[in-house]
Write a protein that binds this ligand. Structure first.
Ligand code: NAP
Length: 247
């Protein structure tokens, strides 16, 4: 069996920005694997897409990015069902209470944030790499954040400079994720796989108790665009919806 539509996996696809990325990729004709650490929440998300009249070809797949056994099992399922993966969106992420300035943040909390936001994405990318290498045009999108930008964190004129955005666990985990983008892009520079970071912008989701200033439709733009890049598109770069974003 030859499967012609692109096969896309989105981690943390059951809500927020990831859910919207799933909707966009399904709308673009991809077969979407909506990753969820809770199968029940994943199925509920698919029902929600159906009720909103735009489900397309979307299937729930169990992935908890902090549990290697679920990541390995997902890779085996994708291998046996499709034989390849065309798009990986490392979207799953957390922002946990107990994070803050380095003098006050709880080290255990910082470690848990890294487990999801950096090690989780690293684990999923490494595990899915053999499947992405079988794609004619693989794409990896790491959903990062302006809070992970070293440039913005050192610019007093940037909103990111403000104390209320200084979260050592969250920000450092996204800076590390950006380094994963650069190193993966370097490692894969002679392949058809492109690897980029997407900055959603401050988006109303549960991650920030819905205090964000823009809706998920806007937050999903950069990642969706990078997931669907043409063969002449960039690799090893960082983008917001408005274009190149500072590291
Ligand atoms: P959200 O609504 O809280 O969604 C986060 C998603 O990640 C949920 O599906 C959640 O699953 C999932 N997740 C968390 N830990 C996981 C794990 N260990 N394994 C698998 N899935 C896991 O937040 P969001 O704002 O859409 O965030 C999506 C991404 O955008 C994150 O990487 C975040 O850092 C990034 N981002 C967000 C903003 C913003 O303003 N919202 C700005 C910049 C970057 P459950 O439902 O099971 O918890």
């Amino acid at each position: 069996m030859t499967i012609t539509s692109k096969i896309a996996l989105v981690t943390g696809g059951n809500k927020g920005i990831g859910f919207e990325i799933c909707r966009n990729l399904a709308g673009a004709g991809c077969a979407v694997l909506l990753g969820a650490r809770s199968v029940e929440r994943g199925r509920q998300a698919i029902r929600q897409l159906e009720q909103q009249g735009g489900s397309g070809d979307v299937h729930c797949i169990e992935i908890d990015v902090t549990r290697p056994e679920t990541v390995n099992a997902a890779a085996r399922q994708i291998e046996s069902r499709y034989g390849r993966l065309d798009i990986l969106v490392n979207n799953a992420g957390v922002n946990l209470r107990g994070d803050g300035l380095p003098g006050a943040a709880d080290p255990g909390v910082v470690q848990r944030i890294f487990d999801s936001n950096f090690f989780g994405a690293f684990r999923v990318a490494q595990t899915m790499l053999p499947l992405l290498r079988k794609s004619a045009a693989g794409r990896i999108v790491n959903v990062s954040s302006g809070l992970g930008s070293l440039t913005l964190n050192s610019d007093p004129s940037s909103p990111v400079y403000n104390a209320s955005f200084r979260l050592i666990g969250y920000s450092a985990s996204k800076a590390a994720l950006n380094m994963l983008t650069l190193h993966l892009a370097y490692e894969l520079r002679d392949t058809k796989i492109k690897v980029n970071s997407a900055n959603p912008g401050f988006t109303r989701t549960d991650l920030n108790d819905n205090t964000g200033t823009q809706p998920v439709e806007v937050g999903a733009i950069a990642a969706t665009r990078l997931a669907l890049l043409d063969d002449d598109g960039p690799t090893g770069q960082s983008f917001s919806k408005d274009g190149p974003a500072p590291w």
